[in-house]
Design a binder for this molecule. Structure first.
Ligand code: PAF
Length: 274
């Protein structure tokens, strides 16, 4: 696996490489990331991954400084997964001057996660567009665990007519159902044992809807209350339309139930499509 930190070196390395498939990450790779790398192989000739902890998508009180950085272990995993090229820029490589031109997503950036993480999706969209311009892939993969992020990137790619296929990868879970996430590493042993409750609660809402329940507000409140009773502090539990994350008009359109909740200081997100 080639590793490049400079934009010029990466561009030179990707010349004549056929169809390039790109998987951007912030490192601290787990089986969810590796599953995206493996899927990427089926979509092109050259698989490019990136590792960059993107300061501009973190709020001032978020975990940018403590975000786990495990570069050598990540390189070993990527090489074992058959990734051809890793782009691992420093902040000076990617942001040699203050990033003043920013991608401003529309109103979707202010709902759900965006309501609780102001500016987050602006930072994500900006770095992803910049990475797309650097790598110039024909396809890119993102995990469905970050459902709203995937939608922001899909919509940006379509509206800006970027010639890139955006592919969503299914969420990979631990045996007890907890969605794999780099932030799971922050959990204490006790919190880790409690954490799968989030997925169980999302399933409970899905089952109730499948069984004919139509009172969405009641279902959301039931889950919020159950999480609170178990010691969680929730930002939101929301049933939304898959198409645009708006509130469902009824219960017939494809829906997704999403949640963000904290155990201690660790914020977990999850979702399931219905
Ligand atoms: O999902 C992530 O890891 C990040 O948000 C991404 C897409 C790599 C942008 O920094």
């Amino acid at each position: 696996m080639q590793i490049h930190s400079s934009i010029a070196d990466l561009r030179a390395a990707l010349k004549g490489r056929g169809r390039v498939v790109f998987v951007p990450t912030m490192g601290n790779l787990h089986a969810g990331h590796i599953s995206l790398m493996t899927q990427a192989r089926a979509h092109g000739d050259t698989v490019v991954a990136s590792i960059f902890v993107n300061r501009i998508q973190f709020g001032p009180n978020e975990d940018f400084d403590k975000y786990p950085r495990t570069f050598q272990a990540d390189c070993d995993k990527l090489a074992a997964a058959g990734v051809d090229v890793l782009f691992a820029p420093t902040e000076a490589d990617l942001y040699p001057e203050p990033q003043e031109y920013l991608v401003e997503p529309p109103a979707i950036q202010n709902i759900l996660d965006g309501e609780f993480r102001p500016g987050h999706f602006r930072g994500v969209a900006t770095v992803v567009l910049k990475l797309f311009n650097i790598v110039q892939p024909q396809a890119a993969l993102f995990g469905k665990k970050d459902y709203q992020q995937l939608m922001v990137i899909r919509n940006m790619t379509r509206q800006l007519a970027l010639p890139i296929d955006i592919i969503g990868g299914e969420t990979v879970r631990a045996e007890d159902g907890l969605a794999l996430s780099s932030r799971n590493g922050y959990l204490t042993t006790e919190q880790r044992a409690e954490a799968p409750r989030l997925y169980r609660e999302l399933n409970r809402i899905r089952d109730a809807l499948r069984n004919g329940e139509t009172d969405i507000a009641k279902l959301e409140k039931g889950t919020l209350d159950a999480l609170t009773a178990a010691g969680w502090q929730s930002d939101y539990v929301a049933v939304r339309q898959q198409s645009d994350l708006s509130m469902p008009k009824g219960v017939d359109a494809p829906m997704v139930v999403l949640a963000a909740s904290r155990l201690g200081t660790t914020r977990l997100i999850d979702n399931i499509e219905i």
